[in-house]
Write a new protein. Structure first.
Length: 269
């Protein structure tokens, strides 16, 4: 991959994050601490690095814990703070399959990142470029009418793939969708743009671009366990993101311009 990336774009200067080390802590030991599960200011960091929601965090026998809780959440997760190549892209969302983390950027600057649990092995989340379509604060899954999806944002209308709030057990477990913590799903629900439709059959403009990339190592230990031995094991270099961005960048910019034109026309009319 390295040779391919270097032919696409020159290496970008990395904004180095502080090194955070990690260790395992037994649940009973964590529960005995002053900053335990209930009302803990560290809870969002623990959820993120263990790729779980609070309910599932409490069920773990051992918890992945950082040596320092004082940094912003993005410090503990693998996406870079800035991507120069995206300076002209108004909004974009990435979902990294191998790290089970999402990231949202505005003009190349990270605005939100957090954990996700994506499609299980039998129903994998499709890779590639998508765009946000329609959204609903609450909807019922077409796969199982007992699945209530909150803050749902569709990215593939035919396949029924989207991102939304749902349980995060700490591994890919969904029926192809990208599960999120409630606060993250609510933020993206309000932040990302819907498609613009002329009528039931014609689409005037696309929503926010979404890139899903990478392969999850099903059947192997969860990749984030590697940070115990190497705190930088999961970091996503900018040249890796360039590899996934570059084939789609022209399409993203063209559809962004198309949306701006459609919006301008609608305002004038």
């Amino acid at each position: 991959m390295k040779n391919v990336v270097e032919t696409i774009a020159p290496p970008q200067k990395e904004n180095l994050k502080p090194v955070i080390t990690y260790h395992w802590m037994k649940k009973k030991e964590w529960q005995s601490l002053k900053d335990s599960f209930e009302g803990a200011k560290h809870l969002n960091i623990l959820n993120a690095i263990n790729r779980v929601d609070t309910t599932h965090l409490k069920r773990l026998d051992s918890i992945l814990v950082p040596n320092d809780f004082s940094k912003p959440l993005s410090t503990y997760l693998p996406f870079p703070e800035n991507i120069d190549e995206l300076k002209d892209v108004n909004k974009i969302i990435f979902f990294s399959y191998p790290t089970q983390v999402f990231a949202a950027y505005e003009n190349g600057k990270l605005v939100l990142t957090g954990p996700t649990n994506m499609g299980k092995k039998r129903t994998k989340t499709p890779e590639g470029l998508f765009f946000t379509n329609w959204k609903a604060k609450k909807t019922i899954s077409t796969v199982d009418d007992e699945w209530i999806l909150k803050w749902n944002f569709n990215v593939h209308n035919k396949w029924g793939v989207g991102f939304h709030e749902y349980a995060l057990p700490g591994y890919p477990a969904s029926h192809s969708c990208m599960r999120l913590l409630g606060a993250d799903a609510q933020f993206l629900y309000g932040w990302a743009d819907q498609w613009i439709l002329k009528n039931d059959h014609e689409q005037l403009a696309y929503g926010t671009p979404v890139i899903v990339f990478g392969q999850y190592p099903f059947g192997e230990p969860r990749p984030w366990f590697k940070v115990i031995e190497d705190p930088k094991a999961l970091d996503i270099p900018k040249d890796t993101l360039t590899y996934y961005i570059q084939p789609h960048l022209q399409t993203i910019l063209e559809r962004q311009q198309q949306r701006q034109s459609a919006t301008t026309t609608a305002i004038k009319n």
